[in-house]
Ligand binder design. Structure first.
Ligand SMILES: [Zn+2]
Length: 236
């Protein structure tokens, strides 16, 4: 434990020869990561922590509020699906057989004790179920509206992309899109629809997308930020 830091925040130190300066990152479920360039000695760490003490405390409090601080259970109390403008309360009880059921706006989960990973998997399946029910028809509706013919639409829980479009014009959407507001989901769908005619990200692709969504740049920026705000349980 590094002196001068709250004992409940674990610290990990990494070396990166290419780093030009010290980087701090509060990692969900893990703690504080400090990246040191070669020219900074480990003995600097207490001073670094002191200098950024306020930032660290603020980040930790925000992480705690999201239920993602180290040692906290990552299973949520509430699931907010912005696309549906719907909140689901999550109620967990202990039992021998893992199970999830949905009663209107309540998710009931039975979990064998300390089986948090099982809980995350059940919730991810729930997310995929909601995505199949709501995102697939929405994607078909948008395609029809802009007059682009597509193949099948499927739902996955990809870890690095919001969607994809195959050479056969089948579209795959990330279940985590449900956490985003409708205009952003529409943008992702329009992006994939433009790949039907343009397989790459060339100038023709971008002008086609711009024609369908004048706020393309704003939406792309918001989508990049949205990755960091996704609940931890949906991306482990
Ligand atoms: Zn693309």
């Amino acid at each position: 434990m590094v002196e001068g830091l709250r004992p409940d925040i674990p610290v990990y130190v990494k070396r990166n020869a290419r780093a030009k300066r010290v980087w701090l990152k509060m990692r969900a479920g893990l703690g504080l990561e400090i990246v040191l360039p070669d020219h900074v000695s480990q003995t600097e760490i207490p001073y670094i922590l002191k200098r950024h003490g306020e930032w660290i405390t603020k980040q930790h409090a925000a992480q705690w509020a999201r239920g993602e601080a180290p040692g906290q259970s990552i299973l949520p109390d509430v699931i907010s699906l912005a696309f549906l403008q719907q909140e689901y309360g999550v109620h967990i009880t202990t039992g021998s057989c893992a199970q999830l059921s949905l009663e209107q706006t309540h998710v009931q989960m039975i979990l064998p004790s300390k089986q948090e990973d099982l809980g995350t998997r059940l919730l991810q399946n729930f997310l995929k179920y909601c995505a199949r029910k709501h995102l697939i028809p929405y994607c078909q509706e948008v395609a029809q509206e802009v007059g682009i013919i597509i193949g099948r639409v499927s739902i996955r829980n990809q870890s690095t992309r919001w969607g994809s479009c195959s050479a056969q014009h089948n579209i795959s959407l990330n279940a985590k899109l449900l956490f985003l507001p409708r205009p952003l989901v529409r943008h992702v769908i329009l992006h994939e629809l433009c790949h039907v005619a343009h397989q790459n990200h060339g100038p023709q692709f971008w002008s086609a997308l711009q024609a369908l969504d004048v706020e393309t740049q704003v939406h792309d920026q918001a989508l990049r930020q949205a990755w960091d705000e996704l609940p931890l349980w949906s991306r482990v």
